[in-house]
Design a protein around this ligand. Structure first.
Ligand code: NAP
Length: 702
């Protein structure tokens, strides 16, 4: 109440202050007999004092604070670091780029998981080989409506590495640029461009953003320097990128009339600064943005400022088998975080401490050395590859992906540090585009699942400086899980349902998924101690129908059940509120009834009380012949067609994108053909329309 009162009073003070100054501008002063001036009101009356003593106090306080903030507050190193890390160039004009840097190639990236950004960096680096100067840029940080100004730079080119995300959407950082392209009629004549799209063929809208960018820039008059490249993450995205790049640069040379200088592109982008006597309070310990943000948590929470949510529940869901499926509850009380059923929760995991230490031992470095990696190009927006100053241990634990198979450019750049000529040659070969090199990389790195530690262990002569390794490894990404709860029922917690990834690779090593293994260990201890997880919520389009009376058909085998736990809880809540709730049908699938029937008790209870009007379960391995969810769909084809075609039912599919989602889709085509009498083409068209109307939604992962 105090806070509201002071706020209100501040507002009144501000208004009065404005009135006060407006009065001064039009005041009538009269000379009093004692020589003092007296302010008169318009009517010539002596006015009421405009500012009371409380107003004057608040006004002075605000003015004092502002003066202190702008003039006297000492800028500490910490402030400078924070400033460089925060997105300082939001809406940055092209002016700087055009007139103050001598670059002529700008590679914009629409990146969600960091791959498009990584490819953009590689292209920007390549530009040196052709006597051009490149830079990678985040479209979110530029005023992209000035794109046409690029033509002011002679022989310039904009390249776009655009990832497609979700249901054909642009990535978060490319959304504004995408909206601009849709709405603008700017003339891009004279702007040279090329696009490489990053997508996945298992998804319906393969590379939609890359395709749109390429088409739209040409429509607006831009000059396409080279054909659109379409990378497919379902096969080998990097291979697609390299193949495209190999034809792209010769086309660029021909277009601009330049030649390759033959200069090696293996150049350092960052220099190492070792901080020997730094105050450890200024060293990042895993924060994503603001230093010490984990000690003093301040909302709003997002990807740059995650909330440290205590893990209040961590229980094993399966009764048998050798897998570990888990239900985790994150406490979001007091965080002001809001979510809706169907949203995703992102968590920032930490790499396995044993693997981190082994990298340090193998390279013979003290991992607790405080360092910074500083961009050698001072004009570049990206000052550091990850928050700096930090220690090698923090970088390898929180900021770098050490668990995945390194990409070819990492092998190429590291090869110089292999003292054995044979090892060096093999590394170079694997990085090359030769058929022999491709085959070697496929078998030795990809199929054998060698991460950076395995590579260092299996190539004993390879001794890279750790700072160069840290520069080359990609950033460790947040992991997204479909939220398995409804905020109507659980406003203070977010539930996760996930399976722990662990298996033995071809080389006999145990592969452990970073995030799920890290989450598995976050158990509530007997003394009540709760581990915390840095997290934030990402909004999705996966939503229950606006009208609760619409029937819903949910298909989610395995951990694909996750969002449907939220949906079912929400339908139960709607029922409790007296709403007319339509049919709620679930198709769930698991291996064995006695092993991995996830949430069995809860689901059977929902069925008993009539929230779930139908619970269909495909136990795939309880009989000789496999039974999957799509087989059960086909069994109930008449009922389903009626619900879809006549009763406005909404269909939801969650889980594996590669096989399950496609097979379920096919089952629906068959239902439309067999019961609805449609031809195959008509059936495809029918479900396409349902998707556009938001009546067939997928939350699928590959
Ligand atoms: P799982 O236990 O391996 O599989 C669940 C059931 O689906 C099993 O009975 C399996 O049968 C069956 N199945 C296999 N192929 C199928 C197909 N083509 N069509 C229909 N059913 C099929 O599943 P999981 O380990 O939980 O993984 C499910 C997927 O959901 C994963 O890709 C995961 O990434 C994803 N997902 C996870 C979340 C999350 O928040 N954790 C959210 C959404 C999606 P058999 O094994 O006997 O063949």
């Amino acid at each position: 109440i105090m806070y509201v009162k002071v706020f209100k009073q501040s507002h009144v003070t501000l208004m009065k202050t404005i009135c006060f100054f407006r009065h001064i501008c039009s005041l009538n002063y009269v000379k009093m007999e004692d020589g003092e001036s007296q302010l008169l009101s318009d009517e010539g009356q002596t006015p009421e004092p405009l500012l009371g003593s409380l107003d004057i106090f608040i006004f002075s306080l605000i003015a004092g604070l502002l003066i202190y903030w702008f003039l006297f507050r000492k800028k500490t190193d910490k402030d400078i670091i924070i400033q460089t890390l925060s997105i300082s160039n939001k809406g940055c004009s092209f002016e700087l780029f055009i007139h103050q840097s001598n670059r002529n190639v700008v590679v914009f990236y629409g990146s969600q998981t960091g791959t498009a950004e990584e490819f953009a960096n590689r292209l920007a680096k390549d530009a040196h080989r052709y006597g051009m100067k490149g830079m990678a840029a985040d479209p979110e940080e530029y005023d992209m409506s000035e794109l046409s100004r690029l033509k002011e730079i002679p022989n310039s080119m904009a390249v776009f590495c655009m990832a497609t995300y979700g249901e054909g959407d642009p990535t978060d950082n490319a959304q504004e640029f995408y909206d601009w392209m849709q709405g603008t009629d700017d003339d891009l004549e004279g702007v040279n461009f090329a696009v490489f799209g990053l997508g996945n063929k298992t998804y319906e809208h393969f590379n939609a953003t890359g395709k749109y960018t390429d088409k739209r820039l040409a429509e607006l008059g831009g000059k396409r320097v080279f054909d659109l490249g379409l990378g497919d993450d379902d096969s080998n995205l990097e291979e697609d990128f390299i193949s495209w790049k190999e034809q792209f640069w010769p086309a660029v040379c021909e277009f601009f009339g330049v030649e390759a200088t033959g200069e090696d592109s293996s150049i350092r982008q960052f220099e190492l600064v070792v901080h020997n006597d730094i105050n450890m309070n200024q060293v990042y310990t895993g924060e994503m943005g603001r230093l010490k943000s984990f000690q003093t948590q301040k909302p709003p929470f997002d990807s740059k400022n995650p909330f440290l949510a205590p893990v209040s529940v961590n229980r094993k869901l399966n009764k048998g088998g050798n897998r570990h499926l888990m239900h985790i509850e994150l406490d979001i009380m007091d965080s002001k975080i809001r979510y809706d059923a169907g949203d995703h929760v992102a968590v920032y995991p930490i790499n396995d401490a044993v693997v981190v230490s082994r990298i340090g031992e193998r390279l013979g470095v003290d991992l607790d050395t405080a360092i910074s990696l500083k961009n050698l190009d001072e004009e570049c927006n990206k000052k550091h590859p990850f928050p700096c100053p930090t220690t090698y241990r923090t970088a390898l634990s929180h900021y770098l992906d050490i668990n995945n198979k390194p990409r070819k450019n990492v092998l190429y750049d590291l090869a110089q540090y292999a003292s054995d000529p044979q090892e060096q040659e093999n590394m170079r070969k694997m990085a090359s585009a030769s058929p022999e090199g491709k085959a070697l990389y496929q078998s030795w790195v990809l199929d054998s699942e060698r991460n950076i530690l395995a590579i260092l262990e299996d190539l004993p002569s390879l001794n890279p400086p750790i700072d160069h390794l840290c520069e080359l490894l990609p950033r460790l990404q947040a992991r997204y899980y479909s939220i398995a709860s409804s905020s109507k029922v659980h406003p203070n917690s977010i539930h996760i349902c996930a399976v722990v990834i662990e298996y033995t690779t071809e080389t006999g090593r145990v592969y452990k998924g970073v995030a799920t293994n890290w989450l598995k260990n976050k158990e509530v201890t007997e003394n009540g101690h709760k581990h915390t997880v840095p997290m934030y919520v990402r909004r999705s389009q996966f939503r229950l129908p606006f009208k609760p009376s619409n029937p819903v058909i949910m298909i989610g085998p395995g951990t694909g059940i996750a969002p449907f736990m939220g949906f079912i809880q929400e339908r139960a809540w709607q029922k409790e509120q007296g709403k007319d709730v339509g049919e709620t049908i679930l198709y769930f699938g698991c291996r064995h009834k006695n092993e991995d029937f996830l949430y069995q008790q809860e689901l059977e209870e929902f069925e008993r009380v009539g929230v779930l009007t139908q619970l269909n379960i495909a136990f795939s391995r309880d009989q000789e012949r496999k039974i999957y969810v799509q087989h059960l769909l086909k069994k109930n084809k008449e009922q389903l067609w009626k619900l879809i075609h006549s009763n406005n039912a909404h269909i939801y599919v969650c889980g594996d994108a590669r096989n399950m989602a496609r097979d379920v889709h096919t089952a629906f085509y068959e239902i439309a053909e067999e019961v609805g009498g449609l031809t195959h083409t008509q059936a495809v068209d029918y479900f396409k329309k349902l998707m556009t109307k938001g009546r067939y939604s997928q939350d699928v992962w590959s």
